[in-house]
Design a protein around this ligand. Structure first.
Ligand SMILES: [Zn+2]
Length: 365
């Protein structure tokens, strides 16, 4: 089954469980004439909201690319996750406020058998649905499902706290509901902030998963003609759509025809294997004594700078008397001044050559 269909089906389970709870509570409330229980039923109706948002978000994100959004609509999923994280955060803040009010003016709770039965049933149902939805969300890397599963789990924990407080109140006659609620609320607020942070970070654009980049580099370097692969950059438009670019180094006597064949083959293989559309750029390399000697000098200079993560694309053009190379420098280091110093030191050793260093960004591991 398609990923989006699985997400929608799982969300319907969430809605179904909440609706059953609504009917159950409403019936009990009407029969026993308890306004509190009827209000609780209404509250349950709003818990289905995160599942509804997930379904709508999944439908929109599944839309095909169009002229206005040529990269597809996959990033809608991040917005959906952010919305649900905000719901979780709001739940935490509201229940913290209610708990503080209960601490200030504790009411002697009167729990009937009916309300305890309802609480236990609700905890069991929410716990089950929360664990299920969250695990499916993790498996499908759907932030929205994960968040809405967590939402249900937090509801269960809050109800659990209420139940324990009720039991303590019945047995020892102390009212702890406010304190229990406050502590649990703080946990929910923390989790909500973390969930929101995670999705916002996806929207901003995160460093690519090192496991994936490792495998990609391995695949790129597997071709006989490829002497090295660098500058791998990946952009995602939702969890399922990744495009990117990379440089591969080949011998400088390869013809355009040979390079054409090679890069086509690489791009096709990568797409088939990873589903990633990768644009391949070319660096030329040449092996002779002059190049090896200069490269040794450069390596010696570079070793003095811990901020330099990598040197690549080293190429000596004897006709033009130019040398080009790329430096990948740590984001924390002062890239431009390190680059200038390295070029100046190379110039000291090889005065007749002009050096061009390109600063590459540390996009991936
Ligand atoms: Zn480069």
């Amino acid at each position: 089954m398609e990923r989006s269909k699985k997400i929608i089906r799982t969300s319907f389970v969430g809605i179904g469980v909440n609706l059953i709870l609504v009917i159950f509570k409403a019936a009990v409330g009407l029969i026993s004439g308890s306004v509190a229980v009827i209000m609780d039923a209404v509250n349950n109706l709003s818990d289905a909201l995160s599942s509804v948002i997930t379904i709508i978000g999944t439908k929109i994100s599944g839309r095909k690319p169009d002229k206005k959004h040529p990269y597809g609509h996959g990033r809608v999923e991040y917005i959906t996750s952010a919305l649900i994280s905000i719901i979780v955060l709001a739940t935490g803040i509201i229940s913290l406020k209610e708990s503080i009010e209960k601490i200030i003016t504790p009411e002697k709770a009167t729990y009937g058998v009916v309300s305890i039965v309802i609480i236990v049933a609700a905890i069991a149902a929410k716990l089950a649905v929360g664990i299920y939805v969250r695990s499916v969300g993790k498996k499908l890397s759907s932030g929205a499902l994960e968040a809405s599963g967590s939402d249900a789990l937090f509801d269960a924990v809050l109800s659990g706290g209420t139940l324990i407080a009720a039991l303590i109140s019945v047995i020892w006659g102390i009212t702890l509901e406010g304190w229990f609620g406050a502590i649990i609320s703080l946990f929910i607020i923390k989790a909500g902030i973390e969930m929101l942070g995670k999705t916002v970070s996806s929207i901003i654009g995160k460093r690519a998963d090192p496991e994936l980049t490792e495998k990609l580099k391995e695949a790129l370097c597997a071709y006989d003609e490829v002497r090295g692969c660098y500058d791998l950059a990946l952009h995602n438009y939702g969890p399922e759509r990744i495009i990117g670019s990379a440089h591969v180094e080949v011998q400088d006597d390869m013809t355009a025809k040979e390079i054409h064949k090679l890069t086509r083959r690489i791009a096709t293989d990568i797409y088939m294997k990873f589903g990633i559309v990768l644009t391949i750029g070319i660096y030329a390399s040449h092996e002779d004594e002059l190049t090896a000697g200069m490269k040794n000098d450069l390596d010696a200079i570079v070793s003095e700078y811990p901020g330099i993560l990598q040197v690549h694309g080293f190429y000596v053009d004897e006709e033009q008397m130019t040398v080009t190379f790329d430096l990948v420098i740590d984001f924390k280091a002062d890239a431009q001044s390190i680059c200038d110093e390295v070029v100046a030191k190379m110039k000291q050793k090889h005065g007749d050559y002009t050096f061009f260093a390109v600063l590459d960004s540390d996009y991936s591991d």
